[in-house]
Design a protein around this ligand. Structure first.
Ligand code: DC
Length: 219
């Protein structure tokens, strides 16, 4: 069985998908981590991720592998575990830039589809229900207002002791939505057969239970 979760940045897709995966004994695949790893390759090597021609010409030099260690997804870039390095705003914003390029998407979508073929997966991203797993048994479009998403991110960063500015976080979220929803190839949109879940006024447990109920209905 495959479950697709799409939605904008900061809607809680990964926190929720991780819990659901554990409860159902499915594999959780965070596809954003693959786009982040691609962007990280360019940043790390001092190359400009906004140079489409350059990015597409280097695609074959980038080997991304997904492994599971103690049940947690780990991402390897050319043999090096970069799971921690890819988790910052700069990498996230540049992931959104390289994700607009056709060659990058082609390569990552085929890797995602091959993982889904041999496992029960819950996969989150932007184009999972529309492109990667069009036949997924359950598709969720998980969203929340930009204010709510920014305030969750602000809380998370503040708790980690990272200095940040609420307005700047919200502006970044809005800019990322713009970029992900308006690109030419595989823009973020709700699949026709996806169930819309607005988590603005829902707790994590409520969203998880809703997805578990929907899963039971479709098994
Ligand atoms: O979910 P995230 O913030 O880790 O994703 C980073 C960026 O990667 C996101 O802004 C857009 C891109 N992305 C995508 O285009 N398609 C996906 N399936 C997943 C992520």
């Amino acid at each position: 069985m495959n479950i697709a979760i799409d939605g904008p940045a900061g809607a809680g897709k990964s926190s929720i998908a991780k819990i659901v995966a554990k409860k159902l004994s499915f594999i959780y695949l965070d596809t954003g981590a693959m786009y982040r790893t691609t962007a990280y390759y360019f940043l790390k090597n001092g190359l400009n991720p906004s140079d489409k021609e350059l990015v597409e010409s280097k695609c074959d030099d980038i080997n991304i592998e997904i492994k599971y260690e103690d049940g947690a997804q780990q991402v390897y870039l050319n043999g090096e575990n970069v799971s921690t390095e890819i988790r910052n705003e700069e990498v996230g914003n540049n992931a959104s830039v390289v994700a607009a390029y056709g060659k990058v998407r082609e390569k990552l979508v085929s890797l995602q589809q091959s993982i889904a073929k041999s496992n029960d997966v819950i996969m989150d991203g932007r184009d999972i229900g529309t492109v990667v797993l069009p036949d997924a048994e359950l598709k969720i479009y998980l969203t929340a207002s930009s204010k709510e998403r920014a305030s969750r991110r602000f809380k998370e960063l503040t708790e980690k002791g990272v200095a940040c500015d609420f307005d700047k976080i919200e502006q970044d979220i809005i800019a990322r939505d713009e970029q992900d929803m308006n690109r030419e190839i595989s823009p973020l949109k709700q699949a026709d057969d996806a169930v819309l879940v607005d988590s603005s006024y829902m707790t994590i447990d409520e969203v998880v239970n809703r997805i578990l109920e929907l899963t039971e209905e479709r098994r």
